[in-house]
Design a protein around this ligand. Structure first.
Ligand code: ADP
Length: 159
């Protein structure tokens, strides 16, 4: 059985993340989505809120689990028995960052492989930050954010 871990900030989860989750969950037996807590990153949604939002969107995927952690990603992967880290690549800017992360993780634990999934063209521009910038103005985020959580995300940002 091959288990994979998809780490990220997910502040909040977008349709781009969901697409990666669906594709990764069909490639591996079990997929863990991990909200990685980085105290240097200022997030809009609390870890608990992000976890709830993700769970609402993935409840129909039986081999997908949601966890959160504040340790090194490779340590979490090892603890959960995941040999693979999943990351999404949208553009060359992502690649530069992802390459340094993947190489660092390889140095930390060379038994864990990073697998990159290329973003679908319709989501290649999409980020949590863009969705939040639109939601602040009560703009329509239904093309960016899964429909199950559109209302909740807009409510949090539009004051
Ligand atoms: P991080 O802060 O770890 O980059 P994110 O939640 O922004 O966390 O992203 C998690 C992963 O999902 C990253 O590998 C990122 O490149 C990928 N990702 C983000 N948005 C998209 C998208 N629209 N399509 C495909 N992959 C994406």
């Amino acid at each position: 059985m091959t288990k994979a871990l998809y780490p990220g900030t997910f502040d909040p989860i977008t349709k781009g993340h969901i697409d990666i989750i669906k594709r990764a969950s069909s490639l591996f037996d079990e997929l863990y989505i991990a909200i990685m807590i980085n105290p240097r990153k200022k997030c809009t949604f609390s870890v608990e809120e992000r976890e709830e939002l993700i769970k609402k969107c993935v409840c129909d995927l039986s081999n997908v689990h949601v966890v959160s952690d504040s340790n090194l990603t490779v340590r979490l992967a090892k603890k959960l028995g995941c040999k693979v880290l999943i990351r999404g690549i949208r553009a060359i800017a992502d690649y530069e960052y992802e390459l340094s992360q993947a190489t660092s993780n390889m140095i930390l634990d060379d038994k864990i492989e990073t697998v990159f999934l290329v973003a679908r063209p319709e989501y290649s521009f999409l980020s949590s930050s863009i969705a939040k910038e639109i939601a602040v103005f009560d703009g329509d985020i239904s093309n960016f954010i899964p429909e199950e959580i559109v209302e909740e995300v807009t409510k949090k940002l539009y004051k």
